[in-house]
Design a protein around this ligand. Structure first.
Ligand code: MC0
Length: 150
């Protein structure tokens, strides 16, 4: 059902400075950037391994775009750090239904748009031993919107 770690989401105050840290320290380059207005984030995706077939693993750096976003709220309380983990699945609808049936709160009735055209939903951290957990099905098509770096 869940086949891989799709990404680790890391909340930061300054996306450009954090991108530069990951480049200078680890050699990870930005593959894609976008603004997700619904989620209230500007994000950069750094590919750690894998290819363009939808099975890659990423570091996702997240900067809030507005004060009332979930990431802004989380940063104000916790400071920078790991915000969520995302598991990859070929079937986010089915995985959400199965996991919801096991008593875990699924935060969205229907999956929403995630990074690079993916479909995502979240599980409540209080039902997951303190970890905000995302389920994601990658888009197999090329990403749309703002992109760069590759
Ligand atoms: C909140 N809590 C967390 C947490 N966020 N615990 C672990 N990890 C997190 N990231 C905890 C709080 O500390 C609090 O615990 C309790 O959950 C309730 O949180 P709250 O601060 O009162 O806030 P709520 O209830 O208004 O919202 C929490 C909730 C929300 C998880 C429902 O953050 C949410 O809907 N998250 C999903 C969407 C999201 O995060 N989007 C941003 C990434 P205490 O013990 O103090 O009660 S978007 C993204 O990642 C996309 C673009 C993508 O991957 O493609």
């Amino acid at each position: 059902m869940l086949t891989r770690i799709d990404h680790i989401g890391i909340a930061c105050f300054d996306l450009d400075a954090t991108v530069e840290f990951y480049r200078a320290t680890y050699g990870f380059e930005v593959f894609h950037t976008e603004v997700n207005e619904e989620q209230g984030v500007r994000e950069a995706m750094l590919r750690i391994n894998g290819t363009d077939d939808g099975g890659a693993s990423w570091i996702q750096l997240l900067e809030p775009t507005r004060e009332d976003s979930t990431v802004a709220k989380w940063l104000a309380k916790n400071g920078e750090g790991v915000h969520h983990i995302a598991f990859g699945t070929d079937d986010v609808d089915g995985a959400a239904e199965t996991i919801g049936g096991r008593g875990v709160r699924v935060l969205y009735d229907e999956p929403r748009r995630g990074s690079m055209g993916s479909r995502i939903t979240f599980l409540h951290p209080k039902d997951c031993h303190g970890v905000l957990t995302e389920l994601v099905t990658s888009a197999t098509s090329a990403p749309e919107g703002e992109s760069g770096g590759h």
